[in-house]
Design a protein around this ligand. Sequence first.
Ligand code: ADP
Ligand code: MG
Length: 514
Amino acid sequence: MFIMSEDSQRTQGRDAQSSNIMAGKAVAESVRTTLGPRGMDKMLVDSSGEVVITNDGATILNEMDIEHPAAQMIVEVADSQEEEVGDGTTTAAVIAGNLLGEAEDLIEQDVHATTIVEGYHEASEIALEAISEQVSEEVVDDEVLKQVAESSMTGKGTGGLTAESLAETVVEAIRHVELEDGVARDNVTVHTQIGASSNATELVPGIVIDEEPAHDGMPSEVEDASLAVLDVELGVRTGEIDAEYSIDSIDQLNSAIDAEESEVRGYAETVAESGADVVFTTEDVDDRVASYLATEGVLVFEGIGDSDAKDIVSATGATRVGALDDLEEADFGQADRISAENYGDDDLAFVEGGAAAETVTVFVRGGTEHVVDELKRAIGDALDVVATALASGEVVPGAGATEIAIADKIREEAAGIEGRKQLAVNAFADALDIVPRTLAANTGRDPIDALVDLRSAHDSTGRAGLITSGEEVTIDDPFDYGVIDPADVKREAIESATEAATMIARIDDVIAAE
Ligand code: ADP
Ligand code: MG
């Protein structure tokens, strides 16, 4: 009896398990070489020839266009890591892959999938306790936050000196959007502009949009600006001109032109008389209106995007106005400075300071498009980790030290766990070794030797990581070198990796429709 379409494909039992595990492992393996300060970058070329060069786990996995459903679950691990805490995507994917690898060995030794799942869950609970034990007792101040930012950026094409100043900019940005009970991370945006070295990256206390003045004769800078945000076309709407005019004489033509002229002048005068120094409108502005407003010293930006309009509103306290007759002073926003600046082929408008200057922009500079794109990702990660660390006030040692400590605690507690589950709990600890082992491999050290040295240093001091500083690689306390990660990044990595690995391991039947 057939209960499924003849075209559907079915894989069952061990075969299903091992093919899923293999796919998951393969995906995790593909990002392993990018982990840590000496991780390498990947160049991804899509079918249209678009090139992305990156070191970012989530970006790589998403660009890879993965189809296998189990492999796709590892991509989801990276995605949820990115979404929840913004960093640690490679770590999470690599741990998930290794949990699957260990599960495969256990299945071969006839340990049932349910036992593995139970053991993994128990081990992940121990891991979370171990992370809490690793949390630094020091107050998370600006110095610590800078170290957190720098740790997340090392190896991301930022270069040593630049990383330090970028870290400062990142911390300044997050401090700016700090609230009494958290961090308004969304109020920090990143704007990239090609053309200078990354050293020129700076914090703009406001927003940056890609727009130029509507007329050359307009001022390029207005201080203490009262600004209006309009959804109004400043001109005669094409098509609105009465098409049924039948013009029989020069007089009639002249009066038609006069009528249009006076309508246009009316718009210009209404705007000028409203007292607005700067106008942003999402619609078009007639050249004659623009030219009249230029002589009145009003700076106008036309055809701005809806999201830019929203940003300006939130940054300046303006109210969007849909009809010119409704425009009044109460709708104006305030800004300390609005300026139009030219960067090579690009024109930018800066809206700085102001009544509700909650928003800040990290204005990222870099030599080429690929450089600024990767810098944008690195700075995005740094902003996320600093926000995460500041919000919870909890940081742990990086450089593999936390993973070493977790594995150690799990092995200790595994001794008290009965039966085959003990094997699964120990396997979880072995899977975590992938982090220090990979950090070692990516610095050219022998992974086994490094692991042995790290464990013995951990046993004697309680905190040991494989620290890369400049050309040196040392085993020492990461806190002493400022290699620090937010505790929540580690927690999220453990949780999402465990979730995906146990879900994949439990599947023993794959039914795929054609
Ligand atoms: P992820 O996508 O997981 O964040 P990264 O490539 O950013 O991957 O690497 C993060 C790892 O690199 C973390 O374990 C972090 O502690 C470690 N790390 C950061 N800076 C250093 C350093 N100077 N020496 C050793 N490890 C470092
Ligand atoms: Mg990172």
